[in-house]
Design a protein around this ligand. Structure first.
Ligand code: BV8
Ligand code: ZN
Length: 258
């Protein structure tokens, strides 16, 4: 697929979205890149200097909870200073413009919610929430909890050690997330994949299974991935530019007023 996004390709994608009864959007770290949040695997990404298995795993937390909290607090500071970008906002607009749009995100930054998207499944949790390792109470972290230090936060309910309410590598998906996401994939006639390198298996599997069942897949990414090569339409570019263009095109496809 060519790297330039022609108006014809955009229009083709817009027509597909316009006619779809049900659209599933699957997003990855790339959609937040233009909000200043480093991606995981890009240069200067979150994993730079750290390896995922070093920190985003239960074993790492058991071995060095302070280090893991320091990493998440550092990331949370970046997220709290960030704003939803035109890509997030365009998806929230699509949800209002079209019959049924829902988002499954791999991101934990909460920017889709802040952009106004309502139908949203956060597959990997949310960086603003913590879970007690004893009583499993999930709570929102106070904004102030971004202290640089490694002191360990305690559960307000039982005093137990809190962990980030985030799904780590090697952990099973929580009930009510992946199963609901898979169902959304099966029901969708169009799947819009935005900003993912498609490395993490389950979200990848969700899209490929839906495509097997006939879903039309549109991939938005400045780089080619194995998704883009399998997608029905590959829009090569940044989501902050392409998603607003798609939304504008869709508006121009409005049925003529009778
Ligand atoms: C599971 C939260 C069943 C953490 C994340 C046992 C041990 C270890 C591993 C496993 C294991 N069992 C199964 C696994 C496999 C593992 C997996 O998939 N590993 C991969 C890496 C090989 N999966 C799991 O463990 C999952 N659980 O499968 O349960 C099971 C369990 C046990 C035993 C048997 C079976 C749970 C995975 C959850 C991991 N948690 N996040 C945190 O955030 O700290 S995943 C993490 O990677 C993020 O959520 C991130 O979203 C995700 C995927 O990365 P991307 O979003 O794609 O980001 P990336 O940087 O890679 O790419 C960015 C893209 O954006 C690029 O393509 C770039 O070109 C593009 N881009 C850049 N700028 C822009 C842009 N696009 C658009 N616009 C731009 N401007
Ligand atoms: Zn507790």
């Amino acid at each position: 697929m060519s790297g330039t996004v022609t108006p014809a390709l955009l229009e083709q994608a817009a027509h597909k979205l316009k006619r779809a009864q049900r659209i599933l959007v699957v997003t990855g770290a790339g959609i937040s890149a233009e909000s200043g949040i480093p991606t995981f695997r890009g240069s200067g990404g979150l994993w730079e200097g750290f390896r995922a298995e070093d920190l985003a795993t239960p074993a790492a937390f058991k071995r060095m909870p302070g280090r893991v909290w320091k990493w998440y607090r550092w990331r949370r500071q970046i997220v709290l200073a960030a704003q939803p970008n035109p890509g997030h906002l365009a998806l929230a607009t699509l949800e209002k413009q079209l019959p049924f749009v829902e988002i499954v995100t791999q991101n934990v930054d909460g920017l889709h919610g802040r952009a106004g998207s309502q139908r949203l499944i956060e597959l990997h949790g949310n960086i603003h929430r913590a879970r007690c390792t004893d009583c499993h109470q999930v709570s929102s972290l106070p904004e102030a909890d971004v202290a640089e230090g490694e002191q360990l936060p305690e559960c307000w309910k039982c005093g137990g050690l809190l962990r980030p309410h985030i799904l780590w590598f090697g952990e099973h998906y929580w009930p009510g997330t992946m199963d609901v996401a898979m169902e959304a994939g099966v029901q969708a006639s169009v799947i819009l994949v935005v900003g993912t390198s498609a490395q993490v298996y389950a979200p990848v599997g969700l899209v490929l299974e839906a495509q097997e069942l006939g879903a039309f897949v549109i991939d938005v990414n400045p780089e080619e991935t194995h998704f883009s090569r399998q997608a029905d339409i590959f829009l090569q570019g940044t989501s902050g530019t392409l998603l607003p263009q798609l939304s504008t095109f869709l508006l121009s496809l409005e049925e003529p007023q009778v």
